[in-house]
Design a protein around this ligand. Sequence first.
Ligand code: HEM
Length: 164
Amino acid sequence: MTFASSLDVLARVLHIFGILIWMGHNYANVIQNPKFTPAQPADPGAMMAAMKREHGTFRYASLLVLATGLYMLWYRGILIDVLTLSGHSVVMGIGVWTGLIMIANLWFVLWPHQKRVLGFIPASDSERIRCSRITFLSSRTNSILSVVALFFMITGAHGLFLYT
Ligand code: HEM
């Protein structure tokens, strides 16, 4: 047992922990808001503060997922094979590329609009309603993609026999 191999195990635990926080939030949102409800007038009180904290927590959990995932691939020497979908790394590669699209969707589509919904950037009520529609669709896209990522990540790690 080396320090690096222990880090690999720790990375796996943290990876799954991060996914629980990130996707747990996402799935709770599906149950709480099955249909689109436009953003309500900005509330400067405790409700908004809780939403900001919650959003920050799952946003940073996604970075934990990314960092730990990349570490495991690098440590195992399969980063390039996975990213280039080579050989049997193609299965994990599909999972990883799906995860990367989810991260990009979260940080470059959802978050810039959510900043206006949550009031980090001042916006009129009509602008906040427009942004809340985009965050809704972006979040639902990630819910769907998470099923694909989960499937290929788990079968890529433990189920390659399914593909032979
Ligand atoms: C963003 C980029 C991501 C990278 C680079 C990445 C990478 C990895 C790696 C290397 C493993 C270890 C596989 C093994 O133990 O051999 C793993 C496991 C796992 N990943 Fe990811 N991942 C990413 C995103 C995601 C996402 C978005 C999800 C879920 C929606 C996810 C869910 C999982 C799960 C559940 C496992 C455990 C598999 C198992 O041990 O059965 N990952 N990931």
